[in-house]
Design a binder for this molecule. Structure first.
Ligand code: UGA
Length: 436
């Protein structure tokens, strides 16, 4: 199959590369000349484990190419995937900004030749694919095409594995011709019997939002339960095991922490709430999850303050990890962006380290943070250490060395990486989330 991917952001780049790895011929198009140049030179603008090797391999084998020339790429394609950004609108009302999607539709339309499926990969409000179809028809009434929705469920940091071994593939479409093309594209997954869930277009669009909203709810639920565990002296990790082994609940996404972040859950929960409101409904459980998530970050600030005897002023706090999760350099909506400035404002001295995210972090965090080379340098003279992101590098710290470097003994583990009892035995004043 000949596939053209519009947009070389996170989703476009990973999806395009993995399709090429499946054996298809993929052209990734982007308007950003600098980015295309970088990609052609074999450099990857984002940090995603395994992606560089796969890009290099498929570029060498001539199944993957990058260009700014949209017209030629669209003309030869069996399927054009749209993977452009849908950020929250600048109005701050939670709606997804569809400017890039509609712009892409207008640009694709005149160049379509022969039958083509236009596939929405971006997370878009229900009805967007139909609007895309309307735009294409307006611009090029003679075009022979169908639209489809094929939402992605990739996690940053694990995107290649998620793509190659998905739990399911959702395709929303209305024509057999489009279905045949999409089934052909995903054919390599048949070997591992990946289920393909075929729906109408609107259902596929909504499925994506519902999946992310459900996961966000699950995290907010366990975060609230963790706070209750803190109050009652119960242990949330054992509790999560106790409920998670029930197949109806499932053990994944029951890890409490400083609140979910990233480019998806915060944006998609808000967008879904707005979609529902437009249709006269309130998604009260989603609204609660969003509120709980904001409160969780504030509660983490309080937890740190309480551990420092009620005041962070003049104290040195060492942050291990800044990104919203490990194995990414992404700082979008990372809890660190809320928690660190709140402490800095009240006069704390902040030192920080992140294995991949420090360059990005500088763009999101205020001046005045001291960035260190490694975990131990970060903890030097610290009154308290806050383990913010569960990078592997922080999972087996040399605790004796850490304690030697520190001035105090407080260890606040916002990801519950360490065992409370062992930390206490080592001499730390330890707090996890829901592990009292
Ligand atoms: C999420 C979804 O997991 C993907 O399925 C989806 O495709 C993607 O959004 C998207 O819409 O593009 P991602 O944001 O990359 O993926 O990361 P997750 O692994 O889901 O983590 C999101 C946030 O939840 C992180 O801040 C993480 O620390 C937090 N989290 C996750 C918890 O606090 N506890 C958990 O148990 C799991």
């Amino acid at each position: 199959m000949k596939i053209t991917m519009i947009g070389t952001g996170y989703v476009g780049l990973v999806t395009g590369t993995c399709f090429a790895e499946f054996g298809h011929h993929v052209t990734c198009v982007d308007k950003d000349e600098e980015k295309i140049k970088t990609l052609l030179e074999g450099q990857i603008p984002i940090y995603e484990p395994g992606l560089d090797t796969l890009v290099l391999k498929n570029t060498r084998e001539k199944r993957l190419t990058f260009t700014t020339a949209l017209a030629d790429a669209v003309a030869v394609a069996d399927a054009v995937f749209m993977a452009v950004g849908t950020p929250s609108s600048r109005r701050g009302d939670g709606y997804a900004d569809l400017t890039y999607i509609f712009e892409a539709a207008r640009e694709i339309a005149p160049h379509l030749q022969g039958y083509t499926v236009i596939v929405d990969k971006s997370t878009v409000p229900v009805g967007t694919a139909r609007q895309v179809a309307r735009i294409i028809r307006e611009v090029n009434p003679a075009a022979d095409f169908d639209v489809a929705s094929n939402p992605e469920f990739l996690r940053e940091g694990a995107a290649i594995a998620d793509f190659m071994h998905p739990d399911r593939v959702v395709i929303g479409l209305e024509s057999l011709q489009a279905e045949n093309i999409l089934r052909e594209i995903y054919k390599p997954l048949y070997l591992q019997e990946t289920p393909i869930v075929k729906t109408d277009i609107e259902t596929a669009e909504l499925t994506k939002y519902a999946a992310n909203a459900f996961l966000a709810i699950k995290i907010s639920f366990i975060n609230e339960i963790a706070l209750l565990c803190d109050s009652l002296g119960a242990d949330v990790v054992s509790l999560a095991k106790g409920i998670g082994m029930d197949g109806r609940i499932g053990k994944k996404f029951l890890h409490p922490g400083p609140g979910y972040g990233g480019s998806c859950f915060p944006k998609d929960t808000l967008a879904m709430m707005r979609i529902a409101q437009e249709h006269g409904q309130n998604l009260r459980i989603v609204e609660a999850a969003v509120e709980v998530n904001a409160a969780q970050k504030a509660k983490m600030v309080k937890k740190i303050r309480d551990m420092l005897d009620g005041s962070e002023a003049g104290k040195t706090i060492a942050f291990l990890g800044l990104t919203f999760k490990p194995e990414t350099d992404d700082m979008r909506d990372a809890p660190a962006i809320t928690i660190i400035p709140a402490l800095l404002e009240k006069g704390a001295r902040i030192k920080a380290h992140d294995p991949q995210g420090m360059e990005e972090a500088r763009k999101y965090l205020p001046q005045g943070i001291e960035y260190a080379q490694d975990a131990y340098e970060t903890c030097k003279d610290a009154d308290a250490v806050v383990l913010m992101t569960e990078w592997n590098q922080y999972r087996a710290l040399d605790l004796d060395r850490l304690m030697e470097e520190m001035q105090g003994r407080i260890f606040i583990d916002l990801r519950n990486v360490y065992e409370p009892q062992k930390m206490k035995e080592k001499g730390f004043i330890y707090a996890g989330v829901g592990r009292s």
